[in-house]
Design a binder for this molecule. Structure first.
Ligand SMILES: Nc1ncnc2c1ncn2[C@@H]1O[C@H](COP(=O)(O)OP(=O)(O)OP(=O)(O)O)[C@@H](O)[C@H]1O
Length: 318
């Protein structure tokens, strides 16, 4: 018997453009009250997958089920349970936030009191109630993104599909978006969320499908995937001057220490340390031995590349 908590299922979705198999055979199950992340690099096939699920792109194969029943075309009433937040903004710049929401609400067939209620709720979700009458052209990128997301929620969908909704968003708006999405999850909505940011996946998603080349390469509960992965800490050191010629060699001789490229300035060093506790004192001692002072030290979050390598044994891009 099918799991009644699963509201959306995709089975064997496939899509090819010319000779390129963009989505190879995608299976996923999304439950009520969870955020499922599709995490993968640019071009992995995330947008194509969610666009097929939302019915924007026709699949070459496979099917989608909502509440255990296959979705049959755009006229299927179960499609009304879906809300899609596409990557591209679709707002009328010359209209106010409220007018944009009213226009979208009318498209969803809302009218009268229900329309007014849902527009108010959407303004709250977007955190834009006090800017309801202002023209969208005056909004920051983050405010536009928040309004864009709210437009997809007007018909109060049970399933919300978000395709990289924080692209170009300032940290404050990003936090506001995260809070709003977590509140939707806690209210029992099912969210499918695509991203290429590890940090977002970690903070937001209950479960993850890690995708590359149109396929799922690892999946599981976010916490368990991260715990299972051997994620080597990276530290960025800010020296008081550019390092002398022999420093790289001296650091390279330390066990479990690897010098990485990518410091923004000559006096910055990026190092991978197999163990922070053992590696860091050895590095600091080595710097002191060369008469170098330290002006700053930061640890970097593990990257998607590291997670991918650890879980699959492969580089992100072969
Ligand atoms: N309409 C199209 N015609 C031809 N190729 C396409 C089309 N749409 C997508 N592709 C290709 O399919 C692959 C997957 O694209 P897709 O947008 O699904 O990836 P993604 O994981 O969402 O990446 P991004 O985060 O960059 O959007 C890419 O190589 C892309 O160039």
């Amino acid at each position: 018997m099918s799991d009644p908590s699963v509201i959306l299922q995709a089975r064997g979705l496939r899509k090819r453009y010319g000779t390129q198999e963009v989505v190879r055979s995608m299976d996923l199950s999304l439950r009520r009250g969870e955020i499922l992340g599709l995490l993968g690099p640019n071009g992995a096939g995330k947008s194509t997958t969610v666009s097929m699920i939302a019915g924007l792109i026709e699949a070459d194969g496979g099917d989608c089920l909502i509440d255990g029943q296959p979705v049959r075309g755009d006229a299927d009433p179960r499609k009304g349970l879906l809300g899609l937040v596409p990557q591209e903004l679709a707002l009328h710049e010359t209209l106010s936030a409220a007018s944009n929401l009213r226009a979208f609400a009318a498209l969803y067939g809302l009218s009268g009191q229900r329309l007014a209620q849902r527009v108010d709720a959407a303004l709250d979700i977007a955190g834009l109630r006090d800017r309801a009458g202002d023209t969208v052209a005056e909004f920051s990128g983050g405010m536009k993104r928040r309004l864009h997301i709210a437009c997809a929620l007007l018909h109060d969908p049970a399933i919300v599909i978000l395709d990289e909704p924080t692209v170009g968003v300032d940290p404050q708006s990003r936090n506001a978006i995260f809070e709003a999405l977590l509140a939707l999850r806690d209210a029992g909505k099912a969210l499918l969320y695509t991203t290429h940011y590890m940090e977002e996946a970690e903070r937001l998603c209950d479960r993850l499908l890690i995708v590359d080349h149109g396929q799922v390469v690892a999946s599981g509960r976010t916490r368990e995937l991260l715990d299972a992965a051997v994620l080597v800490p990276t530290v960025c050191l800010e020296l008081d001057r550019a390092p002398p010629a022999g420093l790289a060699e001296a650091l390279g001789r330390l066990p479990g220490v690897q010098l990485l490229a990518g410091g923004e300035r000559p006096q910055q060093l990026r190092l991978e340390l197999a163990s922070l506790v053992q590696g860091l004192p050895a590095v600091l001692q080595c710097l002191a031995g060369q008469g170098l002072g330290l002006q700053g030290l930061q640890t970097e979050r593990p990257s998607l590349e590291q997670l991918f390598l650890s879980l699959t044994g492969r580089q992100l891009r072969d």
